[in-house]
Design a protein around this ligand. Sequence first.
Ligand SMILES: *[C@@H]1O[C@H](CO)[C@@H](O)[C@H](O)[C@H]1NC(C)=O
Ligand SMILES: *[C@@H]1O[C@H](CO)[C@@H](O)[C@H](O)[C@H]1NC(C)=O
Ligand SMILES: *[C@@H]1O[C@H](CO)[C@@H](O)[C@H](O)[C@H]1NC(C)=O
Length: 493
Amino acid sequence: MATQLFIFTLILISLSGETEAHKLFRTEKHGGSTRFNADPKPQFKEKYFPQIIDHFNFNSMGNGTFDQRYLITDQYWKKGYGPIFFYTGNEGDIWEFALNSGFISELASQQKALVIFAEHRYYGKSLPFGKDSFNIPEVGLLTVEQALADYAVMITELKKDLGAQACPVIVFGGSYGGMLSVYMRVRYPNIVAGALAASAPILSTAGMGDPKQFFRDVTADFENYSPDCRDAVRGAFQRLQTLAQQEDYGRIQTKFSLCKAPSSPKDIHQLNGLLRNAFTLMAMLDYPYSTHFMGSMPAFPVKVACEIMLNGPDLMSSLRDTAGIVYNATGELKCFDLYSLYVECADPTGCGLGFNSYAWDYQACTEIEMCHESNNVTDMFPPMPFTEQQREQYCAKRWGVIPRPGWLKTQYWGDALSTASNIIFSNGDLDPWANGGIRKSLSQSLIAITIPEGAHHLDLRESNPADPASVIKARQTEADIIAQWVKMARQRS
Ligand SMILES: *[C@@H]1O[C@H](CO)[C@@H](O)[C@H](O)[C@H]1NC(C)=O
Ligand SMILES: *[C@@H]1O[C@H](CO)[C@@H](O)[C@H](O)[C@H]1NC(C)=O
Ligand SMILES: *[C@@H]1O[C@H](CO)[C@@H](O)[C@H](O)[C@H]1NC(C)=O
């Protein structure tokens, strides 16, 4: 799901401790920038919650706890009365999500809510065993169940501490975070009154998808710009393949500005993966304005990519420069380092880099199924199969685990959600994850919202003058439904 930030990580390293997110946050907070919506900017306080390490085995860790990070602001809250908007953090640093989900704060300002963004265990600074968290067996307490229990316990305790017992809780999440929001409502309806799940691929990740769907839909974004763009990308990969077959590795190094010449089919496979990943990210993050989320993207990256693909000196140079939109956003990349810019893992859509990528890889090796493959027929990419069997082999070797296909569906209901209630499933048609989720309403309170011009959870982002009308309308619908849920919850209690 690629919510890790390679470029972000690189910036992180180069800024020696000062994260881009914090910098951005500060400039935005103090910059007095005019906003489409004139609400005050959220001023989150960063806090830590003493969280139970193992919710399900009283013996293993006893009452041992770890520090789970969360962000909180009560600046909009009608104390003791207004609802609680709780973001169920996903696979990354929680600041990253808080800074890219401005809609939640805008809505909080409107509905006088308390806002909390909770960091998922094993990500960001919420490492139960510090640097040892990714050792075997310490990594074993990284499960969806534990993460949901963390949120349930945290909500319950914070409500007590803050005098908020009477305040209905609405959960929010994007992508895997959206999946967690759905599961929270399904698993803890005693705690959560409703869920907004934006771009949550709850079906494909539960093994109920078509392995061809993801890269087909990535391709569709470029094809929609123009079929010539799709053909140019396919042609570029074909030329690369021809050179690879001729073992003309020197020429490949020159054409693609690689730091080191490739020397084996394995290196070519890696190059194909790195290039394909750039298209994945541009499709997911095809927002109508430039963003700093999972790296830096120009406005309309798909359009920018296609303009390069169609106007470059030759196809392979164009392909390199198109990948540069993603990997060379700073303009300072000297050469493409095959194995450091992209790491292959159990998620063919990318795990990113650094500690967060280990955690996501482990989740993709256990509960969350990501068997997406490209085939050069239903998509424009070289054939790169990723079967359940390949997943199993990789995961056994990397983590000593065998994935359990079917478990997520058993545990969180797959599409058999008819007895659940109060969940919004929003999806954007530009988002390659959309068709792995719920696209049609399942009942009066299981509501699907489509945003035709939306990329990956665009609706969670703050209002922007470049927003298409469809996302403005979606946010309004979401706001109305959430206000209704809160009202209903108050009547019940
Ligand atoms: C667990 O609780 C007991 C009893 O309150 C206490 O004595 C002990 O120190 C606690 N252990 C941990 C690891 O927190
Ligand atoms: C990165 O971008 C800069 C500025 O456009 C360019 O000069 C450089 O060649 C690019 N690096 C690579 C490896 O393509
Ligand atoms: C993709 O398929 C076309 C035929 O449709 C073929 O000419 C081309 O070589 C294939 N490309 C790759 C990278 O396999």
